[in-house]
Ligand binder design. Structure first.
Ligand code: ATP
Ligand code: MG
Length: 432
C-alpha cells in the first residue's frame, strides 16, 4: 500500500526538535509577560470576508495564498493566513477596548498557499503582538524592542533592523498621485499583477518580487518625501526612542509591507544567515484597521515573527545548545527487580522535580544505560537480583561516573532516595 505523507509545505516537529520549540515558546511567554502582554487565542479559521476586508483585496495573501473552502452549509471560510485581522475581530466581538489600551500576543499557525522552499511553508507558525489604543511612538518602539530582546536572549546577533514610514490617510493621496505619475508611463513594462494593481492600489507594486518590476522600483518616489508633518514628527520621535533604547536600525525608504492595513511605521528584522528568506519578522502601525473592521477609531501597532525562521537562524548561527543532563533512569535487571521498582518510580514521579523513567522491557544493563543517555538522564539507579537481596540500589552519576549505594526505598517512602539523588545530581560536572 502507498504510504501517506504529510501535505506539501507542512512539517512534523519530532523529538528532540520539539524541545527547541518548547524553549522558544516558554521564552516568548516569559518575555511577553515582561512587556505586559496577555495571550489571546483565536479560531484557526474565520469568515473569508474578514481577511478580504482586513488584509486587503489586492494583496498577495488574499489574491493567491489563502486556503479558502465552503463548509457544508455553503459558508466561505478561510484558514488563518495571519493573526492580526482575527485578533481585531475578537477584540471587537468581546468589546475589549472598552477599558482603554489593550496589549495582546499570540503564538500559533498560519496557512498560506505558497511555493514551499527553505523557510517558506504552507503551514508555518508565528509569534506576534498587537498593541491597541496607543498613537504614541513609544508603542512602536516597544514593538521593535520586544522581538529584538527575544533574539538577543537566544544569542542571535548580526541582525538588520529596517525602518520606514508609509504615512497616513492624510498624506497618502498625494503619495498615491506621485506613484501613479511615475508608474503610468511605464505601465506596459510592469508585470501582469502590477498592471492590474496600478489603478486600484499602486502602493502594492512597491512590494512586488517580480523580476519585471524590480528595475522600476528603485527610482519610484518614496513615501518619506511625502509625509505630512504629523507623520514626519512621529517617525522622528520613534527614531529618537530607538536611539535612546540602544537599538540600531537603518531607514529603508523602499520598505513597504505585504498587507494593506499598515500606516506610518513599518519595520522588518533580517538575518543574513537565512539566505533568500531573510526576514525573521515584520510589523508596523495600523491605525485604520480597527475602524475598517467596524470598531471605533483606534491606533494600533504590532509585529509578527516566523518561528520556523527564528529556529533556522538559531541553528545557522550555531547558538543551539545541548540540554544539560537531567533526571533519573531506573534500571531494573529482571522481572523481580522491575516489580519492586514500580512503586519507587511512581513515588519519584510524584515527589522528584525532574524526569524519572524506567525501561519495562528485558534489556541488559548496557542497553538500558544507553536508553538513559538517549533520555538525557543525569543519574541511573540500578537494581538486579543481588541488589534486591541486599536491599540496595546502586546510584550512578552518568556524568561523573561516580557511584554509591543507597537503601532500596521501602514502606517508609522515598525520602532518603530523594536526598541521595539531590546530593549526587548537584555535584559539579567536570569540564570535558
Ligand atoms: P515574506 O516576504 O518572506 O513572504 P511576509 O511579508 O509575507 O514575508 P508577514 O506576513 O509579515 O511575512 O509575516 C511575518 C513573518 O512570518 C515573516 O517575516 C516570516 O518570518 C514569517 N512567515 C510568513 N510567511 C511564511 C511562510 N510561508 N513560511 C514560513 N514563515 C513565514
Ligand atoms: Mg509572503
Amino acid at each position: 500500500m502507498d504510504k501517506i505523507t504529510a501535505p506539501r509545505g507542512t512539517q512534523d516537529v519530532i523529538p528532540p526538535e520539539s524541545r527547541r520549540w518548547h524553549e522558544l515558546e516558554s521564552a516568548i511567554h516569559d518575555l511577553a509577560g515582561r512587556f505586559a502582554y496577555s495571550e489571546i487565542r483565536t479560531p484557526t479559521f474565520e469568515a473569508t470576508e474578514l481577511y478580504v476586508r482586513g488584509v486587503g483585496e489586492t494583496t498577495d495573501i488574499v489574491e493567491k495564498e489563502m486556503y479558502t473552502f465552503l463548509d457544508r452549509k455553503g459558508r466561505s471560510l478561510t484558514l488563518r493566513p495571519e493573526w492580526t485581522a482575527g485578533v481585531v475581530r475578537a477584540v471587537l466581538e468581546h468589546n475589549l477596548l472598552a477599558q482603554g489600551p489593550l496589549k495582546l500576543y499570540y503564538i500559533g499557525s498560519i496557512f498560506r498557499y505558497e511555493r514551499p522552499q527553505k523557510g517558506r511553508y504552507r503551514q508555518a507558525h508565528q509569534f506576534g503582538v498587537e498593541c491597541l489604543g496607543y498613537a504614541d511612538a513609544a508603542a512602536d518602539a516597544e514593538c521593535i524592542q520586544l522581538p529584538i530582546e527575544l533574539l538577543t536572549r537566544f544569542g542571535i546577533g548580526g541582525l538588520r533592523v529596517e525602518l520606514n514610514s508609509i504615512g497616513c490617510a492624510a498624506c497618502r493621496p498625494a503619495y498615491r498621485d506621485a506613484l501613479l505619475d511615475y508608474f503610468r508611463p511605464i505601465a506596459g513594462q510592469l508585470s501582469g499583477d502590477s498592471q492590474r494593481r496600478l489603478e486600484r492600489n499602486p502602493m502594492r507594486i512597491l512590494d512586488s518580487k517580480d523580476l519585471k518590476d524590480k528595475p522600476h522600483l528603485a527610482a519610484a518616489p518614496t513615501y518619506l518625501e511625502h509625509l505630512c508633518d504629523d507623520c514626519a514628527e512621529h517617525f522622528a520621535t520613534l527614531r529618537g526612542h530607538l536611539d535612546a533604547i540602544g537599538i540600531r536600525y537603518a531607514v529603508n525608504p523602499r520598505l513597504v509591507r505585504g498587507l494593506d492595513y499598515y500606516t506610518r511605521t513599518v519595520f522588518e528584522v533580517h538575518s543574513d544567515a537565512l539566505g533568500a528568506q531573510s526576514t525573521i519578522l515584520g510589523g508596523g502601525r495600523y491605525d485604520g484597521l480597527v475602524e475598517q473592521l467596524g470598531g471605533p477609531p483606534t491606533p494600533a501597532v504590532g509585529f509578527a515573527m516566523g518561528l520556523e525562521r527564528f529556529l533556522m537562524v538559531q541553528e545557522q548561527l550555531g547558538t543551539v545548545t545541548a540540554p544539560a543532563r537531567r533526571g533519573i533512569q531506573l534500571v531494573a535487571l529482571g522481572q523481580a527487580a522491575r516489580d519492586r521498582l514500580v512503586p519507587v518510580l511512581a513515588g519519584l514521579r510524584r515527589a522528584y522535580d525532574g524526569p524519572a523513567e524506567m525501561d519495562y522491557g528485558d534489556r541488559k544493563l548496557g542497553a538500558q544505560l544507553k536508553l538513559a543517555d538517549r533520555n538525557g538522564a543525569r543519574l541511573a539507579a540500578i537494581c538486579g537480583d543481588a541488589e534486591l537481596e541486599r536491599g540496595i540500589l546502586i546510584l550512578r552519576d552518568l556524568e561523573t561516573k561516580q557511584q554509591r549505594e543507597v537503601p532500596l526505598p521501602g514502606s517508609t517512602g522515598i525520602g532518603d532516595l530523594l536526598t541521595a539523588i539531590g546530593e549526587m545530581a548537584s555535584a559539579p560536572v567536570p569540564v570535558s
